[in-house]
Design a binder for this molecule. Sequence first.
Ligand SMILES: C[S@@+](CC[C@H](N)C(=O)[O-])C[C@H]1O[C@@H](n2cnc3c(N)ncnc32)[C@H](O)[C@@H]1O
Length: 243
Amino acid sequence: MQVNNENEMNLFFDKLKQLEIGTVLDIATGRGEFIDFLKQSLGKVDKIIGIDTHERMLQIAKDTFPDAELEIMDAYHLDFPDNSMDMTSISNSLHHFTDPELVIKEMIRVTKPGGYFVVREMLGDADQTESQKSHILIHHLSAEVDRMAGRVHQETYSEVGLRNLLESIPTYEREYAVYDYPVSQEEMMRNTERYSQLIDAIVKPLTEISSSKELREKAESIKEHIIKHGFAPARTLFYLGRK
Ligand SMILES: C[S@@+](CC[C@H](N)C(=O)[O-])C[C@H]1O[C@@H](n2cnc3c(N)ncnc32)[C@H](O)[C@@H]1O
């Protein structure tokens, strides 16, 4: 079932467009996907800082966004003073931490009173379309491969689970929007081809491990699912809180 929250989402984006932000700190910025979102969605932003522990990802972000400040830094120990950021953000990364509450606490510490806190996170709820389930299945497979390699990567949150986590943030204003991205037929076809190929790349590092047979079979069945049902982005929860 598609959630058609066009109005809720438009209101949320209108709110972001009204914001004029001095400095935003994007946590676990990776290749900088959310930097792009922030630049497009905020009314104005003077300076963007992105931090991540992954050097290669950060180098891609540096090449893509030469005007952003990008630093190797651990999200659990932010090297910034209390109350120094006008906005802090985190996208599709809370499920990459063993202790997301601690990361959130650290983000709130560096956010100025009256400053904003933004979260974007894909949801793993089961009541999504078969094409959205392709995204969830491929994500969970890649999380499983990461865990086998000793990296922290949980399955994604349910909407209720994520809301519960975000409700624990001491903010005096908060807004949510839950969104199913609309996908055109051309995008669906492009995504289907791209992600059915990506499956092979995800399981490739495991070819030498004996327990990988089961995983490879799982990968094959996910590939069949993608080819049969197509691929669409999973439902996403957006959150805007104010400290
Ligand atoms: C799925 S990526 C998210 C990238 C991007 N924010 C996005 O929206 O697509 C998760 C990121 O979390 C980063 N990460 C994991 N543990 C971290 C830590 N302790 N400190 C900072 N970044 C971390 C990883 O290196 C990775 O780039």
